[in-house]
Design a protein around this ligand. Sequence first.
Ligand code: CA
Length: 224
Amino acid sequence: MRILLLEDEPEMASVLLTALHRRGILVDHAATLADGARHVEATPYDALVLDRRLPDGDGLALVARLRAAGDPVPVLMLTARDALDERVRGLDAGADDYLGKPFAVEELLARLRALLRRPAETRQELLQVARLCFDLAHREASVAGHRMELPRRELLALELLMRRSGRTVLREALERAVFGFDVEIQSNALDTHVSRLRRKLADTGAGVEICGIRGVGYLLRAAP
Ligand code: CA
């Protein structure tokens, strides 16, 4: 399980990071809305835990953007205690649950577990474009029911392109999804992986195309 914690208060963030790590949950941390958006763009998370009052804006802006893009990732928002209006607006904007500060870490964990237990039909697990299916739960791609054997980096690129199908995915986001944050990436490394992926999709008759937008990114869609 991998979650994103979007929280600008260092002490709160550090307590939560420690508690979550101790339970074997992989957590990325961002302290600003902009940084959070970059993480979400690059990494498919199982859940987001986010503070509303961030130095560069309201955490809700990110939730609204995700929902508008059809992203069903569960969101637990952290609000000031007794801020009824904050909670109502948060839920209206697409957050799944909220927790008033201060709270016990155990309660946060329980809420997270509940969110992640939601039945599969309320969370989108299977993405499909033309004959190509991507199973998010098992990270598997298949064409007309036949599993595609893909190397990890191609699979990661395909997952992000499928999640955003029909929309342009920025190079930077793809590079981060495929190579991670801390590596030096050769300028054409991403293109090499995408070309291989493209060829395999064509060979298997997936019925999709990956269009390159020079200098900007890539877009996956059903082939015309
Ligand atoms: Ca805050």
